[in-house]
Design a protein around this ligand. Structure first.
Ligand code: ZN
Length: 300
């Protein structure tokens, strides 16, 4: 069955990419990209019960989530600093889609009282046991407390009905509580100009991919206020030969296997800086930011 846009409800859409038998379309109304037809909820849930999702599943899952900690750490620390500026007293934090609990560990070290939701039953049980904190497989089974902060890192794109889930999360926030999230930017030049190369197209895990405008609409429809969306993670286009030569470096930094790490990181930064200058000349219209980051709040 054909689906309508999960954000604006429009049925007009154009095909973007077909991969592994799934088709992404872009809404002609709000430019959200979504799988059409949308897989059934049971099929989606079953996919995450496969233990190879977080380690070893090259087919759309993670090769080794634990090895990615090194790549994730600076982002997680920066986001915790942002959160602390808004909520210096800390309080209770829920990480929705907590994977192996790495962000929860950093948040606890930063003074938060933590809880998690993780749809993968084996991951949820493992994190709950290792960290002695409540980790549920859904919001319904979470203890009925309100949180000062809810975080969701690269999660909203996995939800078939993002607005409904965001609304449920808003109801779990204290009045004035903060939501922070990140998600791939479907306005990025790769998503539009080179869809076969863009890492954001990952069926059947990534179901709904936002541009800044459609993400704002989803959050406001879910009842959030003061929605602040920032574009981060610059990934400019590169001349073909530079792209080809630097692809292994890019991959090793993304999965955490680059050695020695600081040298690899500095080299990649220099390449991106060159790409940014080249883009100004070759593709001045390109949106070079790969990620959207949001801070929003539940109205008091
Ligand atoms: Zn739409």
């Amino acid at each position: 069955m054909k689906s309508t846009c999960p954000i604006c409800g429009a049925s007009g859409c154009v095909s973007v990419l077909t991969q592994r038998g799934y088709t992404y379309v872009r809404c002609q109304g709000c430019r959200t990209v979504y799988l059409n037809p949308m897989p059934a909820a049971e099929e989606i849930l079953a996919r995450y019960q496969d233990p190879t999702y977080f380690a070893g599943n090259g087919e759309g899952g993670y090769r080794d989530y634990a090895a990615m900690h090194k790549a994730l750490a600076p982002h997680f620390r920066r986001r915790l600093r942002t959160l602390a500026e808004r909520l210096p007293k800390r309080g209770r934090l829920l990480d929705f889609g907590c994977a192996d609990g790495y962000f929860l560990e950093l948040a606890r070290d930063d003074g938060w009282k933590i809880a998690g939701v993780e749809v993968s039953e084996s991951q949820a049980a493992e994190v709950a046991r290792r960290m002695s904190v409540p980790v549920s497989t859904s919001l319904d089974t979470l203890p009925p407390v309100l949180f000062d902060a809810v975080t969701m890192w690269e999660v909203v794109e996995h939800l078939p009905q993002p607005v409904a889930e965001l609304r449920r999360l808003r109801e779990r926030l204290c009045p004035g509580g903060i939501l922070m999230l990140s998600t791939p930017n479907a306005g990025h030049w790769q998503a539009t100009r080179m869809p076969e190369r863009w890492a954001g197209y990952r069926p059947p895990f990534h179901l709904v991919l936002f541009i800044a405008g459609s993400l704002r609409r989803a959050l406001e429809d879910a009842g959030f206020a003061d929605v602040d969306i920032r574009k981060t993670a610059p990934l400019p286009p590169l001349p073909r030969w530079v792209q080809r030569a630097s692809a292994p470096l890019e991959r090793s930094l993304a999965d955490g296997s680059a050695r020695p790490w600081p040298v690899a990181l500095a080299l990649w930064r220099a390449i991106r800086l060159f790409g940014w200058a080249w883009q100004k000349v070759a593709y001045p219209q390109d949106d070079i930011f790969a990620t959207l980051e949001v801070i929003a709040c539940r109205p008091a």
